[in-house]
Design a protein around this ligand. Structure first.
Ligand SMILES: Cc1cc2nc3c(=O)[nH]c(=O)nc-3n(C[C@H](O)[C@H](O)[C@H](O)COP(=O)(O)OP(=O)(O)OC[C@H]3O[C@@H](n4cnc5c(N)ncnc54)[C@H](O)[C@@H]3O)c2cc1C
Length: 511
């Protein structure tokens, strides 16, 4: 049997830069956005649409942040190279709300490319079932498959609906489950496993954050973009350019600059140049923003203390399988939550090599315009500490071990997987840290408490905003894009009051 070749060429290496990436930058903008994740891109688009002069700097050569993709060549055959492989990193699924967000803050074409996943499956020792991930279907499963009374299930959904985001987050997800389904680990697994994969939540996280995300998914199921991440980011780029946003890639912002005497931003330092701006929106991790880009010395002592107490969210590993074009891929499902762990514990999802992972299956229908490509991407929650201290040979060996372990897991669902796979590659928390600069390679920013720090930045330093993954609600594709829009509207209000203050000498400048 042919065995797939494990790709050792590390994806953690950067090509050298040609020329000066910020050669064309102007000396002043209304707004500078630092980072091109979905939060940064959306903030830039909303502000440029409102008539502000916006520059966006991205340290990577591609836009999109974690919403990104990569290509690998196919193997050489007698007739030449295969068509190659294209892998999406974080396009696995999001709630239907993304349609409204894209219609409102992007274009009808982008919103129109959003489609529901056809198949979602759980496979573990406690249950093996298909679902469309809606409230109606979960209710059916909880009653018929898990033997619960329908009143109990209704009571659970009613509690979720009544939860208020502004209540103090006392109850945890674990409390919520024990209250409604005491001792039913199998039910807890059904309710939380997919969300834990989706944003790193664990049983100790606030119930309210879970309630919002879970309810979002339950309204109509799990959605994806037809056309893939490459099409989406290209479309967003075109829209930004249409609104006059100046985009700079390969352009890491070294510092966010603060006035020497007053607590307000003055711009950024990028490529050794000072670029002035009234508003700076950082899409970098909120901790990096405070501690590295601005510097703790510019904040109140209490705020610094609060920031230091913010916990990072978990990181991820991924195993990418490019399938031989000649053999394709039979229909299995779109999204498979696969585990051999006899019972569910959200913390155990991070163990190495672990018993659990999701498989996303990418059929040619994902990119109907392109060549018929088939890929499978396994995503696993992971700990940076398990990967960070390794020297290169140990790192490569551990990646190969994970690839083999995951391929063996895939074989349970696709028995001849080994023969069908042409390309195998592994990304680790180190890879994500390298490409995004996120501390510990966190895939979902910070835990819940990061939101308050993020929102309080403008109180500390006028004109400084953060839009990026913080907490469960403001992360993921939908959360990050929505947060970008919320922050853009706050920045827009500040910029308008600046204009008014400039026109009316009786008004005090907000900066
Ligand atoms: C493996 C994986 C799977 C995922 N799966 C899903 C999923 O199925 N569904 C879902 O909804 N979400 C998923 N996510 C999460 C989702 O991708 C992220 O929450 C979202 O894309 C984050 O957007 P963001 O705006 O916070 O910015 P990020 O995507 O985190 O981007 C931040 C950007 O800032 C740039 N930057 C940082 N510092 C600087 C600097 N100093 N100068 C210039 N640029 C800088 C970085 O290079 C990066 O491009 C997944 C994430 C991972 C890692």
């Amino acid at each position: 049997m042919r065995s797939p070749k494990y790709y050792r060429g590390s994806s953690d290496g950067r090509r050298p830069l040609a020329g000066d990436p910020v050669a064309k930058v102007q000396s002043h903008y209304d707004v500078v956005v630092v980072g091109s994740g979905l939060g940064g891109l959306t903030a830039a688009n909303v502000l440029a649409r409102n008539g502000h002069r916006v520059a966006l700097f991205e340290q990577h050569y591609n836009l999109g942040g974690l919403a990104t993709w990569f290509k690998r060549p196919g193997e050489r055959t007698e007739t030449g190279r295969g068509q190659g492989h294209l892998f999406d990193i974080s396009l696995h699924g999001f709630p239907v709300g993304m349609k409204k967000t894209c219609r409102k803050y992007w274009t009808p074409e982008i919103a129109g490319a959003i489609h529901r996943l056809e198949g979602v499956r759980f496979s573990n020792p406690q249950f093996d079932l298909e679902t469309d991930f809606t409230r109606a279907d979960f209710t059916r499963l909880l009653v018929e498959h898990f033997g619960l009374e329908s009143a109990r299930v209704t009571g659970f959904y009613d509690t979720l609906a009544q939860m208020d985001f502004f209540d103090p987050p006392n109850a945890t997800i674990g409390d919520l489950f024990e209250e409604h389904f005491p001792g039913r680990n199998d039910v807890h697994r059904l309710l939380l496993e997919a969300i834990s994969y989706a944003n790193g939540s664990s049983l100790g996280d606030p119930a309210i954050a879970y309630a919002i995300v879970f309810t979002n998914f339950m309204s109509q199921g799990i959605f994806t973009f037809r056309g893939g991440t490459d099409w989406l980011v290209r479309s967003m780029r075109a829209e930004l350019l249409r609104h006059g946003v100046e985009l700079f890639h390969d352009a890491p912002v070294e510092r966010i600059l603060v006035h020497t005497r007053e607590p307000r931003v003055t711009g950024v330092l990028v490529g050794g140049r000072e670029v002035r701006a009234n508003v700076v929106i950082s899409n970098a991790n909120v901790l990096s923003t405070v501690q590295r880009l601005v510097g703790e010395e510019h904040f109140d002592v209490d705020f610094v203390r609060q920031t230091r107490a913010v916990r990072l969210n978990t990181a991820s590993c991924q195993v990418y399988f490019g399938m031989r074009a000649s053999q394709g891929l039979p229909w299995i499902t779109d999204l498979l939550m696969d585990s051999t762990a006899p019972t569910f514990a959200s913390e155990a999802l991070r163990e190495f090599p672990g018993h659990s992972r999701t498989f996303s299956f990418y059929y040619p229908s994902v990119r109907p315009e392109g060549p018929a490509r088939h890929a499978i991407v396994a995503s696993l929650n992971a700990r940076y500490e398990d990967w960070a201290p390794l020297d290169q040979p140990s790192y490569e060996a551990k990646k190969a071990q994970l690839a083999e372990h995951t391929l063996a897991a895939l074989e349970r669902h696709l028995p001849d997987a080994r023969a069908r796979v042409e390309h195998v590659e592994v990304a680790t928390p180190r890879t994500f840290a390298f490409y995004t600069g996120h501390p510990s390679g966190t895939s979902f920013g910070t835990k819940f408490e990061g939101l308050d720090v993020s929102q309080r930045l403008p109180e500390q330093i006028a004109g400084l905003f953060h839009a990026g993954s913080v907490g469960i609600i403001m992360s993921g594709w939908l959360g990050a894009a929505n947060y970008g829009a919320i922050v853009a509207n706050r920045a827009d209000a500040l910029l308008h009051s600046l204009v008014q203050a400039a026109e009316d000498p009786h008004l005090k400048s907000p900066l």
